[in-house]
Design a protein around this ligand. Structure first.
Ligand SMILES: Cc1ncc(C[n+]2csc(CCOP(=O)(O)OP(=O)(O)O)c2C)c(N)n1
Ligand SMILES: [Mg+2]
Length: 345
């Protein structure tokens, strides 16, 4: 049975937020970048500038920004096929993500990957993955190497944390359970971040999952598990900061279940006819960007004019990214076998 009422979102008091103006604006800008980038991406897709499946992240921005902006630049991020915004939050320039979407040689994956395979060794972005749950073991491996370098090889600088993003659907995959076990057993420095947007294509989470409260699955592995309102970037950020501190201190992983929603269909090829209007309206009313904007203004951390200025600046960045992508060359066919192995990077 599909749940008829929405799951109660965990409450978070903004007095706990404790965010400076500077950090508030960083997170706001990152969410706006994610949103406007995806809107432009839809436009370019319908204009025939990219091929294959394209999955947008609209609505879920608070998860990417809340987690990744609570991490260091040298920490690791692994994603799914819904990966453009994770790449942007991780610092991959918008022009390189757009060029990748156009299959151009200047893209972050040199035009070999496209929408579902954003990768950047420079930004420790471990990749987007088309197979559901495929990033989980890769991220677990990344967390293992940090710990191995630090403890077995004695490298004091190897204190990087890994954030592993995946969906509610992915949490029913065997790799999820195997990796949770290993990560907890070895106290790996990793955040397993489930973006529970209630749907796996057209499969409602509650119809596919015996225990839909995913964060509770941490407990059987003796791991910290926490649910968070994934439409509230301040709440996500607070939970992520605690999890990052725990990981960095060698105290092990955290399973974070962020309750969120995608504002568009599963992919740009999905007519999105399965989700009810009432459900969509419930979540549209919780737009994370509007919510943070209201908070920043209420707290006198920013004015409406400043926020509008950020939006304008980001829009210009995105226009420039499109121009860059359109003007960039396609990969040369003679280079088909390049960049397969790391030494080619
Ligand atoms: C191993 C595997 N099985 C099936 C698919 C087909 N598939 C693509 S996306 C998807 C749904 C995944 O949903 P979820 O993990 O909740 O992520 P979301 O799309 O909601 O972000 C499925 C079943 C796939 N890509 N890989
Ligand atoms: Mg989902």
């Amino acid at each position: 049975m599909v749940q008829e009422r929405e799951r109660v979102l965990p409450s978070f008091s903004t007095t706990q937020a404790n965010i400076t103006r500077e950090d508030g604006l960083i997170v706001y800008e990152d969410m706006v970048l994610g949103r406007l980038f995806e809107d432009k991406c839809a436009e370019m897709y319908y204009r025939g500038k990219m091929f294959g499946f394209v999955h947008l992240y609209n609505g879920q921005e608070a998860v990417s920004s809340g987690v990744i902006k609570a991490m260091r630049k040298d920490d690791y991020v692994s994603s799914t096929y819904r990966d453009h915004v994770h790449a942007l939050s991780a610092g991959v320039p918008a022009r390189e993500v757009m060029a990748e979407l156009f299959g151009k040689a200047t893209g972050c994956s040199k035009g070999r990957g496209g929408s579902m395979h954003m990768f950047s060794s420079e930004h420790n972005l471990l990749g987007g993955y088309a197979f559901v749950a495929e990033g989980i073991p890769v991220a677990t491996g990344a967390a293992f190497q940090s710990k191995y370098r630090r403890e077995a090889l004695g490298d004091p600088n190897a204190d990087q944390v890994t954030a592993c993003f995946f969906g509610d659907g992915a949490s029913n995959n065997g790799q999820f359970f195997e990796c949770l076990n290993m990560a907890a057993l070895w106290k790996l420095p990793i955040l397993f971040v489930v973006e529970n947007n209630k749907w796996a294509i057209g499969m409602a989470h509650d119809r596919a999952t015996s225990q839909p409260e995913i964060y509770k699955k941490a407990e059987v592995f003796d791991m910290a598990g926490v649910e968070v309102d994934g439409m509230d970037v301040l709440a996500v950020r607070a939970v992520a900061q605690e999890a990052v501190a725990r990981a960095r201190a060698g105290e092990g992983p955290t399973l974070i279940e962020a309750l969120t929603y995608r504002f568009r269909g599963h992919s740009l090829a999905d007519p999105d006819e399965l989700r009810s209007k009432a459900e969509k309206d419930f979540w549209f009313a919780r737009d994370p960007i509007k919510r943070l904007a209201a908070y920043l203004m209420e707290q006198n951390l920013a004015t409406q004019e400043e926020l509008k200025g950020i939006n304008r600046r980001i829009q210009a960045t995105i226009e420039e990214a499109v121009q860059f992508g359109l003007e960039s060359p396609e990969p040369d066919p003679s280079e088909l076998y390049r960049f397969v192995f790391a030494e080619d990077k």
